[in-house]
Design a protein around this ligand. Structure first.
Ligand code: ADP
Ligand code: MG
Length: 307
């Protein structure tokens, strides 16, 4: 029963992380109605631990009435490759991630992990391959320890602390004290516990991802809206968590993206540019415009993209 609760929790958490407008807080666990509930295909197989190869093969998807979504996405990501995904708000960045997690099924084309169509594997085994760190990471009304343990419920105390250290979270966790006087890793987080800053929440989320040690890591705007000192700390933690993993990183802050192996630029659901930071700058297209206009800053609004 605990295992099922944890799995359900993870799925809810994943959905919450992406669709943060959905759901209610219920004793720290989130309940929600997913857009539509996809079930495992009959005879779905368990995906073994992935090498981290991810392929989008002519993938198209639209939300209802053909609005939004993505169109004819082709992208082959090598094991361990670090991909930056850039584009204005509404360009389809989070939709790509949602399709990888199989929160939706594609309309055309296939999403494959290690050459396996995600529709042919169990959702539990698919999501086990993917660690998520998002801006809106939910903290449960549980202790700091349990919030990190969520990444891998069977981890030992030593592993929890090691993950927190890797995520630059150990130091602030040890100073926590909640309203009941519980301290450190025992302090309660969440809406009814210690209020964490955005940077602290991200570091808990990173610790969770570090502990989970999934071969594929998704970062959605993981370093936006932080002061520069915290950002530098998070960047170090991120580098540690990303090591050896396939990474899909969505960020508004181009400085985070510049170091990725490859950057894809999305515009209204389509990939319009692909390349390294240098090659995209040399190309003088949309990415170069973003960079030149907002060097090291944020990509702004939809109006900007529509210019
Ligand atoms: P990004 O992450 O790049 O900001 P999204 O992938 O969230 O963009 O959204 C891409 C497009 O799909 C947008 O036009 C958005 O309004 C639309 N969209 C996203 N989620 C939904 C949804 N659940 N229902 C309907 N439209 C959606
Ligand atoms: Mg998004």
């Amino acid at each position: 029963a605990i295992r099922i609760a944890q799995m359900t929790g993870w799925v809810s958490f994943t959905l919450m992380a992406i669709y943060s407008n959905v759901g209610e807080v219920e004793d720290g666990m989130r309940t929600l109605t997913p857009p539509h509930t996809l079930t495992d295909a009959p005879g779905a197989v368990t995906l073994p631990r992935s090498t981290g190869e991810v392929t989008f093969d002519h993938v198209s998807f639209a939300y209802g009435r053909r609005i939004g979504g993505v169109e004819d996405i082709c992208l082959k990501i090598r094991p361990g490759e670090k991909i930056g995904i850039v584009g204005a708000s509404g360009a389809g960045k989070s939709t790509l991630v949602a399709l990888l997690l199989r929160l939706y099924d594609t309309e055309k084309g296939q999403v494959l992990v290690d050459g396996q169509d995600v529709r042919t594997v169990t959702q539990e085994s698919l999501r086990r391959q993917i660690g998520m760190v998002t801006q809106e990471t939910a903290m449960f009304n549980r202790s700091a320890r349990e919030n990190i343990l969520y990444g891998r419920p069977d981890a030992t105390e030593e592993e929890i602390v090691a993950a927190a250290k890797a995520a630059e979270a150990d130091e602030f966790i040890t100073t926590l004290i909640d309203h009941k006087g519980k301290t450190g890793y025992d302090a309660q987080l969440g809406e009814r516990g210690v209020r964490l800053s955005g940077g602290q929440r991200q570091r808990i989320a990173l610790a969770r991802a570090f502990l989970k040690d999934a071969p594929i890591l998704v970062l959605d705007e993981a370093t936006s809206a932080l002061d520069s000192e915290v950002e530098a700390q998070i960047q170090e933690a991120l580098n540690r968590v990303m090591r050896g993993k396939t990474v899909l990183a969505i960020a508004h802050r181009l400085s985070t993206i510049a170091a990725m192996d490859r950057i894809i630029v999305l515009d209204r659901g389509r990939i319009v540019e692909v390349g390294s930071h240098d090659s995209l700058l040399a190309r003088g297209g949309l990415y170069a415009r973003y960079w030149n206009r907002q060097s090291g800053g944020f990509i702004g609004t939809e109006e900007e993209a529509a210019e």
